[in-house]
Design a binder for this molecule. Sequence first.
Ligand code: HDE
Length: 718
Amino acid sequence: MAKPTIVSTDLDEKSQRLDAHTEDSADSLMTSNQGVRINDDQNTLKAGERGPSLLEDFIFREKITHFDHERIPERIVHARGAGAHGYFQPYASMASVTRAQFLQDPAKKTPVFVRFSTVAGSRGSSDLARDVRGFAVKFYTDEGNFDLVGNNMPVFFIQDAMKFPDLIHAVKAEPHNEIPQAQSAHDTFWDFASLMPESTHMLMWVMSDRAIPRSYRMMEGFGVHTFRFVNEKGESHFVKFHWKPLLGMHSVVWDEALQISGQDPDFHRRDLWEAIENGSFPEWELGVQIIPEEDEHKFDFDLLDPTKLVPEEIVPVQRIGKMTLNRNPDNFFAETEQVAFHVGHIVPGIDFTNDPLLQGRLFSYTDTQLIRLGGPNFHEIPINRPLTEIHNNQRDGAMRQQINRGRTSYHPNTLGGGCPMQAGRDMSGFISHAERIDARKVRERSDSFFDHFTQAALFWNSQSDREKQNIVDAFSFELSKCETPTIRSRMVNTLAHVDKILARQVAMNLGLTVPDPLEPVQNGGMPADGDPARYAPLPIKNPVGTSLALSMDHAPKNSIKTRKVGLLAADGVDDASIDTLKKMLIAEGAVVKIIAPQAGHITTSAGKTVAVDFALFSASSVLFDALCLLDGSPSVAAFDLHPKARLMLQEAYRHFKPLAAIGNAVTVLQSAIGIAAAGTGSGKVENAKGVVMGEAKQVKEIAKVFMGEIAQHRHWNR
Ligand code: HDE
């Protein structure tokens, strides 16, 4: 009988074997966790065939115990997420501002692991909640791990970490009945928000389309806080971090988000996974806004206030490198669930500022991992290990993996040869920036933190008309779900301090009026003995101006790469129309899916077999960026008056998506979406507000115009 292979008794070799990957192959035999081969994995050990199970069945008990403990506590925030591996490469040396080694050499690729997330929902909640998205990046640099734990919005709700548990308690499901899941549209959130005027700027972002991205791959990321870069000479510059997606920025519309939550709650996860599997690797440029120390007080807001951004028009974003995500995790739990980010994981050349939210986060992240990952050795889990070796005198603790040799676990020592030694600056040891502090110990907030409305108004002013409308609709939706009348009125009054038109439109939708004169904004975020005059929000600084970088509508829209286009085709579809559309769309990087009345395959008019990707009964327009009804009489007839096909076309039209129809299909599309017949026969391809129509012989021209509309993403003027 074959004996189990003994790998090695060498401890070093063994600890290397405790590496991440185990793959079962054809000759792998089932074993217990102690390596004992298992003959019977079907039956428990019993006293007789029909007798009771025996406690001594160590195989059963090991299996069931492991199963019973398969779940770890989910993250208290950002529980729902998706991750991916990739690498980062700088464009040029940043040595003038930072000594961080991963930012020096354009030839150097640094591995990264990224986790995107929503904030409020539980681990199984929908990807499409209206919410902030987490954008956390772990750089495995040669000097240790650097975590840039950011969001897809550049500001935050609160100015001081002390209020974080309150914010999260308010936004999560209400404690008495655990309703609603993954939604801010309920009383406790708006109660809190309406009493915290410092959250107003962030509320504008969360009520904008940024909170319902089309894809993780199409959203910006921000470090939020002001950090520091420190160079070799010890000189410090302030820095704001940005991620700029190379696919551009796109969102869905709210009605679509609601539907996707039912049709495919894994929409964002699936999208990221599929893009990487298809070799369409998502890319972001890392941007920095660098501010010399001497300019710290030159702004009309405080750089330490996390409810403020630095407008790109004032300090341009320099793009200093690119991140590419090119590998899906092998195992969701081992990697995406167990990855432990921490805003305090930094490397020499990067440092903190005194932003009071950042300072609080520096405590919270390690603390949360202790409970979530079960002890202090979470850094030994493969996804969290740095590439560099770890040498220190920390020992023991639950689930310790490293087997340290030797007598000494203290420093200084002579018995261990003085090892491990301290690095010192010359050996790239970390040195905290020697910031001068001369202060009283107080629980206070700086006077420079009380302008809560100017940047909220800047954001509002910078949006296109359509974006403004979407913000009004979002506030109206959310507040209408909030049942307490005083909370609604309080919020309308706060909005009126930002912009009267915004407040009036929301008020109208809620059956309210804007108070005239405005009431002072209540500030619940004040200590018991606080001076109301000092804590009163400052009025807007005029003129507010605009920052076009804040508008997604204003961002470039010039590519259809990875956009999902549904071609509606049935038996008898015209070969030229299906072949040309497919070829031209794929050449530009779009993902083409065939939607047919039935699953399986269809046969074209020339007798070719084409595989069907979606049967109409399981398809939904919200899962596509654009739809096209192809030509060919029998195919067109199959969709004409088909209730599901009509519904899909109508919905896509209502969600402002590009639509196209070729030849005979034109009248079917027109009748489905209720637009007047025109154009065809005129000899020209017609583009009626993003609905592209033309004759069969014009298929190439139709495809071109259609692709132009897909690049625009939405045709808002319907
Ligand atoms: Fe977090 N945050 N946070 N946060 N945060 C967590 O850490 C916390 C804040 C962010 O994919 C927790 O491992 C406090 C701002 C992301 O694993 C926890 C405060 C920003 C993720 C925690 C903040 C973030 C987290 C929960 C206020 C944007 C997900 C699980 C002072 C810059 C990381 C965990 C992942 C996760 C605390 C505010 C980003 C509890 C106390 C601002 C992307 O430690």
